[in-house]
Design a protein around this ligand. Structure first.
Ligand code: GMT
Length: 379
């Protein structure tokens, strides 16, 4: 199949999922065309089945805001026509789903019927999409997609609850490539960062408010008062500077390391003992799945799709949003005893295997086939 994939090319979860999906589909012989404004960060190798088409946005002094959606629409029309695509799969509703729908209408005038699948990832529904400045467009674009998927059952329910959706939504959970995300022998790194055998606690995110990184520090402070430990904070975003200030104020700088954006995240996860995800909302929690695949148990909130991933008392623990007391008590339960820790590590890996890309990819492939067939029947 010839498939166009539209996504945010950044470190964000939706872009990562879209890129990994495209890479895996290419590995199975599909022809994948990424259409984005810059090279997706995880598109880091050559494949004869993958092409990248950059959306160039012409700027003009008149524009205070560059019209990206129009440039994307034009690029979609161009790529679908020239490459004779069978399907467009857009990740994150804003503005990809509406751009794709307009491209579909333009292509229809040229006698081309292109089916569109929209995958909803989280904040496009739970946060940004609900804003009055986007809501009518999001509702319209979802309802005019030929196929709709969400990355968890929780997000499916949220979508129906927050928008007037008249079509069925398919749940296809996120996935993990266990060849890349597995525990690597990186003991030298552990010795460098925790020379006295301290427990290593980790958090990765885009440091947005929704991630509640201040709770990570709060939990770590309580754990560190009982068990020698270090905290690794990976990623970057608007809250990072404030979190650095917080660490200084509470005199934790010697125990907390800010590592910034990292490419080989699996190598760092490999030496860690506990992952903390105290998010306010989280449609799936891909970063937690990546940690689990590297045998790192998870302390998380019980929000959104997290209960579909993290099994309380088995792969980690879940608490209410903001309950850092409970989170730190749970963290200590796991970290205090070596045998308990090893058991949680094994359980985390076993659970991650249920999201193996080889199990999830066929779900996308059969969904694609169904949507393309429906389109053929319609036209
Ligand atoms: O979490 C973010 O802010 C990034 C966001 C994105 O769209 O890139 O992540 C969302 O999609 C991921 C991939 O499907 C999910 O694993 C995350 O849970 C989801 N984030 C939220 O719902 C906050």
């Amino acid at each position: 199949m010839k498939i166009g994939i539209v996504c945010y090319p950044t470190f964000g979860g939706s872009g990562v999922v879209a890129t990994e999906l495209g890479k895996a589909l290419a590995g199975k012989g599909h022809h994948i065309h990424f259409i984005t404004y810059s090279q997706p960060v995880r598109l880091d190798f050559f494949s004869e089945n993958i092409s990248y088409h950059e959306v160039e946005v012409a700027n003009y002094p008149l524009f205070d805001y560059v019209p990206y959606e129009s440039a994307l629409t034009s690029k979609l029309v161009d790529v679908v026509r020239y490459e004779q695509l069978d399907l467009l799969h857009v990740h994150y509703a804003i503005p990809h789903a509406s751009a794709a729908y307009l491209a579909k209408l333009i292509l229809a005038e040229h006698g081309i019927q292109i089916p569109i699948i929209t995958t909803l990832h989280g904040t496009d529904i739970t946060l940004v999409g609900r804003d009055a400045s986007f809501e009518p467009v999001v509702t319209f674009a979802i309802n005019h997609s030929d196929g709709i998927t969400t990355v968890s059952d929780s997000l499916r329910k949220d979508t129906f609850a927050n928008f007037k959706i008249k079509k069925p939504i398919e749940v296809i959970p996120n996935f993990i490539d266990l060849r890349r995300f597995s525990k690597k022998p990186k003991d030298h790194f552990k010795k460098a960062i925790a020379p006295f055998g301290e427990r290593l606690i980790v958090h990765t995110s885009n440091f947005r408010k929704v991630k509640r990184v201040q709770d990570v520090v709060e939990v770590f402070k309580k754990v560190n008062a009982v068990i020698p430990s270090k905290l690794l904070l990976i990623g970057d975003g608007p809250e990072r500077a404030g979190i650095e200030r917080l660490c200084r104020e509470i005199h934790l700088c010697d125990e907390v390391r800010f590592l910034g954006k990292q490419e080989a995240i699996e190598e760092i996860l490999s030496v860690c003992d506990l992952f903390i995800m105290p998010s306010e909302s989280e449609s799936f929690g891909l970063a937690a799945l990546e940690a689990m695949a590297c045998q790192v148990p998870v302390i998380s909130t019980n929000t959104g799709g997290l209960p579909e991933l993290n099994i309380n008392g088995v792969t980690g623990y879940m608490s209410n949003v903001g309950d850092t007391e409970d989170m730190s008590a749970n963290a200590l339960k796991i970290l205090k005893d070596n045998n308990v820790l090893q058991q949680f590590k094994q359980n985390a890996l076993m659970r991650a295997k249920e999201f193996d890309i080889h199990k999830i990819l066929p779900l996308y492939e059969s969904y694609y086939a169904r949507i393309v067939e429906d389109q053929m029947v319609k036209s």
